[in-house]
Design a protein around this ligand. Structure first.
Ligand code: NAD
Length: 486
């Protein structure tokens, strides 16, 4: 059985406690690796290694050299592209086409993008008058925060981890990464690449394990960790915030969502349908940006529901390596149980099930995979739990609306605020609606079109802070003002 170990100070090791847990392939339900679970003592060793690197080779390395090394990490991921691909597919079960076009290329690109960006930001400089007439010069330096704890989810494991690790390292910090217990493989593979390309010992460390009473909590509580960057559930974010409060750590949170898509009657119908199919079912609905609430202007409602139903029924689950497979499984049996409990609840809440609502029949070797049917509901009141709570599966509720104001009010009636999609050919309306939506991101006539320089993040309970471009560098660095009396 393959073993995924901790990576501390450039060495792979088992835990001092000898604890481990299984890594399960969600397509077959089979164990694919045994993963070392870090204890608080292991986390402590990782943080100490990161502190040493920060004050040693990484902290003293000329910036151009540091950024050149990060570009080599990108090259290193690309050189081992097929290994990363296989590891990500085995952990998540997502179709090869998706991992091949999104997860792994973005994992590499993140290092190049932040290596390029890190040197291009200006800082403040002021000439200050003084009584003696000589003046003073105030200028700011951008300095690293210190050791950063990186806590990751399982839905886009390499992509979301490198989206944090790359800017943190580009800004001069060192990191201790806690990958999701569901998807430990690519973080471990990245450790090999880091070592191969010459990233100094202690700069990138990996501690596997769970959240509460395990590696995640130990990392958050460690006094040597100055910042926590976290992507995951809102509830987990609250727990991390509580545990980080004692040491007043910097926090960057990308949390859950219950994202609306609004389709106006003047939308390009085919594009709106295709875009909504993507926004509801991509990665089996396991993207924080997925639309779970779809609002359609009444004249279009029935035609739209029918078109989405047809598209959903064409999605084909199965072998991730089969080019005909268009939808993977959920990440685990536990997550499947949760999604299926919402499928049941929707019926109890009075939903009309347009399609899906159960488990597809799968043949061996996929019979034990965590597959569920893509599902569409209509007819639920806006107060229903299935319309209010994040499900994180291939499912949406479609609701008709009559006026722009009504659509905006329903879209905003949620505690979340990550993103929204608006479909209309009237761009004035698109802009007007976008300004009124209480989300961090609005896409008009598209979905998940990313320019990595733009601010990414949520409002309300969907997050704190922004990632992307300068916004990432701002989080992973502090401004030090220097005042020189002339
Ligand atoms: P999760 O919150 O269950 O776990 C995320 C990570 O936190 C895991 O590594 C887990 O081990 C760790 N963790 C759990 N409890 C912890 C604790 N008390 N202290 C420290 N670490 C702890 O989330 P998930 O199920 O892995 O991911 C799905 C969730 O992530 C969804 O809610 C989704 O919306 C959200 N998400 C948000 C974004 C975004 O950009 N806003 C992106 C992807 C996923």
């Amino acid at each position: 059985m393959k073993k995924l170990q901790l990576f501390i100070n450039n060495e792979f090791s088992d835990s001092q406690s000898g604890k481990s847990f299984p890594d399960i392939n969600p397509v077959t339900g089979e164990q694919i690796a045994e993963v070392t679970e870090a204890t608080a003592a292991d986390v402590d060793a990782a943080v100490r290694a990161a502190e040493q690197a920060l004050h040693g080779p990484w902290g003293t390395m000329p910036v151009t050299e540091r950024l050149a090394l990060l570009r080599k990490v990108a090259d290193g991921i690309e050189a081992r592209f097929d290994e990363f691909l296989a590891a990500e597919i085995a952990d998540t079960g997502k179709p090869r086409s998706l991992a091949c076009s999104v997860d792994i290329p973005r994992g590499a690109a993140n290092f190049r993008i932040f290596a390029d960006l890190a040197r291009s930001f200006a800082t403040d400089c002021f000439e200050t008058d003084t009584d003696d007439g000589e003046g003073a010069l105030n200028y700011a330096l951008r300095v690293p925060i210190g050791v950063v704890g990186v806590i990751c989810p399982w839905n886009l494991p390499l992509l979301l981890m490198t989206w944090k690790v790359a800017p943190a390292l580009a800004a001069g910090n060192t990191v201790v990464v806690k990958p999701s217990e569901e998807t430990p493989a690519t973080a471990t593979l990245l450790a090999e690449v880091m070592r191969e390309v010459g990233i100094p010992a202690g700069v990138y460390n990996v501690v596997h394990g769970f959240g509460p009473d395990s590696a995640g909590e130990a990392l958050v509580q460690h006094p040597g960790v100055r910042a926590i960057t976290f992507t995951g559930e809102t509830r987990t974010g609250s727990a991390i915030m509580r545990n980080a409060a004692a040491q007043v750590k910097h926090l960057s949170f990308e949390l859950g969502g219950k994202n609306p898509a609004i389709i106006f009657a003047d939308a390009d119908f085919d594009k709106a349908v295709a875009g909504t199919v993507r926004s509801v079912f991509s990665n089996c609905g396991q993207v924080c940006l997925c639309s779970e609430r779809v609002y359609v202007e009444r004249p279009l409602f029935e035609r739209f529901v029918e078109a989405l139903k047809l598209a959903a029924e064409k999605l084909k689950p199965g072998d991730p390596y089969d080019p005909d497979t268009t939808i993977g499984p959920l990440i685990s049996q536990a997550h499947r149980d949760k999604v299926l409990s919402y499928y049941q609840l929707a019926r109890a809440e009075g939903a009309q099930v347009i399609t899906g609502g159960g488990v597809p029949e799968m043949e061996a070797p996929f019979a034990n995979g965590s597959f569920v049917q893509p599902t569409i509901w209509t007819g639920l009141p806006e107060s229903a739990r299935c319309v209010k709570e994040e499900i994180f599966g291939p499912v949406c509720h479609i609701q008709p609306f009559d006026t722009e104001e009504e659509a905006i009010a329903m879209a905003n009636a949620t505690e979340y605020g990550l993103c929204a999609a608006v479909w209309t050919q009237n761009l004035s309306r698109g802009h007007r609606v976008a300004k009124k939506l209480e989300t961090g991101i609005v896409w008009v006539n598209t979905w998940f079109l990313r320019d990595l320089r733009t601010p990414f993040g949520g409002v309300k309970m969907s997050g704190i802070g922004r990632e992307g471009g300068i916004h990432s560098i701002q989080f992973y660095s502090e401004m030090r003002n220097i005042c020189v009396k002339l």
